[in-house]
Design a binder for this molecule. Structure first.
Ligand code: ASP
Ligand code: MG
Length: 440
């Protein structure tokens, strides 16, 4: 059994949804198909929730109506018979009724999660209507019946496995299952989600839970590229990545894959393939345990980074200093991405500024604190990077015009990270494309 996940743009237009139906019926292997919401929908639902949180019911209502109109047109073009359209409209109407009821009651965070869940619920139901019209036998698996997160917001593969296999056992005659990405139930049994972009994570958790033959992530680009195709002109798809390399790339900026989606696949050793719905026969990128080749494979950038420098006032990095610094970050559940030290100072980066003020306040007794906001981490990722000929020379030669604030090398054999001002991020990716990959 395999898992095939399709993102928002792959189901974002009726004709794209038709393509998905052909892609999932190309072979006879039984499969679980995981769908995102139609592109734009989750953003619209976030905006509806924001309007309600601000008490602006008129704006929320306008946004709900606009979304409803979009879905009505979508259904019209997705389906051909009047009977199928009518049936689908009735199903979708329930979701809009639900959104309209929320307008009338007092808003809270749990309701907001209910709002966010509507996108995946609707996309899968509409897709199911289309499969039904086409006479393609399938079953809808409600993700809210098996995808759970614990009180730390962490999904547990073991629990998901038990629940999912019970559901699958109820449909022994079915080969094709459709389910929602992103949505889950939390420890309190409420509707929740795996955070933005979380459908990839759903797919990989499901693949781990059923011990899938492969977890295919279908998007609109032919795999992970050596650089950001939106920023540099010439990029090439990477054929094979190890789980470790893919995790670094996903975490440090490659938008194609949700960073958390690597660990379930890695832990349960499920092969992941990144494939292109527009070019279904292109090779894409294979992510497995082995890296396949040695050397630098890709660069990626992550914005919104904050650098914090703590210059010790008297103790020249006496023992225990780093522990005290780390404890402050631990206390506020804020993870550190990069770290560099000198004899008298330590610099760290974080990407979450929720508790920045409290963190600074608690660090102040240790020495002088400097904060740099609007920074970007540029990561150079590969396998045994040090074995790439002259890697550091190439790197620093290309960076001669970039004000690099931090460098981290040697923490893992797969990564060199640089911290640069976000204003220089584009230039950095461009010069590295030439300097390291010889691409303009
Ligand atoms: N629909 C959700 C989002 O837009 C989840 C996903 O597509 O992965 O974030
Ligand atoms: Mg995505």
């Amino acid at each position: 059994m395999k898992v095939m996940k399709f993102g928002g743009t792959s189901v974002g237009k009726p004709e794209r949804m038709h393509d998905v139906a052909s892609l999932i019926t190309r072979d006879n292997e039984s499969k679980i198909v995981v769908l995102s919401a139609l592109s734009g929908t989750t953003n619209a639902l976030v905006a509806i929730g924001d309007a309600l949180a601000n008490g602006d019911k008129r704006e929320a209502k306008q946004k709900i109506d606009a979304l409803n109109e979009h879905y009505q047109n979508f259904i019209n073009n997705l389906l051909s018979t009047d009977a199928a359209k009518e049936k689908c409209r009735t199903i979708i109407a329930e979701h809009f009724e639900f959104l309209n009821i929320i307008l009338k009651i007092s808003f809270n965070e749990a309701l907001n999660k209910d709002i966010l869940a509507q996108g995946e619920l609707m996309s899968t139901k509409m897709f199911s209507c289309y499969l039904e019209e086409k006479g393609i036998k399938h079953a809808l698996l409600p993700a809210l019946d098996f995808m759970t997160i614990d009180s730390y917001d962490e999904p547990q593969v073991g629990t998901i496995k038990v629940k999912l296999s019970q559901l699958l056992n109820q449909h022994k005659d079915i080969q094709l299952f459709i389910t929602q990405g992103y949505i889950s139930r939390n420890a309190k049994g409420e509707v929740d989600n795996l955070k933005r972009g979380g459908s990839d994570y759903s797919a990989s958790l499901i693949a781990a839970a059923i011990n899938a033959s492969v977890c295919e992530i279908w998007t609109d680009i032919d795999g992970m590229h050596n650089n950001d195709p939106r920023i540099v002109k010439k990029t090439v798809a990477i054929e094979q990545l190890s789980f470790d390399e893919a995790a670094e790339l996903a975490y440090f900026g490659a938008k194609i894959l949700h960073p958390a989606s690597i660990w379930p696949a890695q832990h349960y050793n499920i092969h992941v393939k990144l494939l292109n719905t527009m070019q279904p026969d292109a090779k894409g990128t294979l992510i497995v345990e082995e890296a396949g080749s040695v050397g630098v494979k890709a660069v990626a950038a992550k914005d919104g980074i904050i650098a914090i420098k703590i210059k010790s006032s008297r103790m020249l990095l006496a023992y225990g200093f780093l522990r005290k610094v780390f404890e402050v970050f631990e206390k506020y559940r804020t993870s550190i991405d990069m770290i560099t030290t000198s004899e008298v100072a330590v610099s760290v980066t974080i990407d979450n500024d929720t508790h920045l003020a409290e963190i600074i306040k608690e660090l102040e007794p240790f020495g002088t604190i400097d904060i740099d906001k609007n920074m970007s981490i540029v990561s150079i990722v590969g396998n045994e990077i040090a074995k790439t000929e002259n890697v550091l020379t190439k790197l620093f030669d290309s960076l001669s015009d970039v004000p690099v604030r931090m460098v981290s090398y040697g923490g893992s054999p797969h990564n060199i990270s640089l911290l640069v001002p976000s204003d220089d991020r584009t230039k950095t990716l461009q010069v590295l494309n030439k300097g390291i990959f010889g691409l303009e």
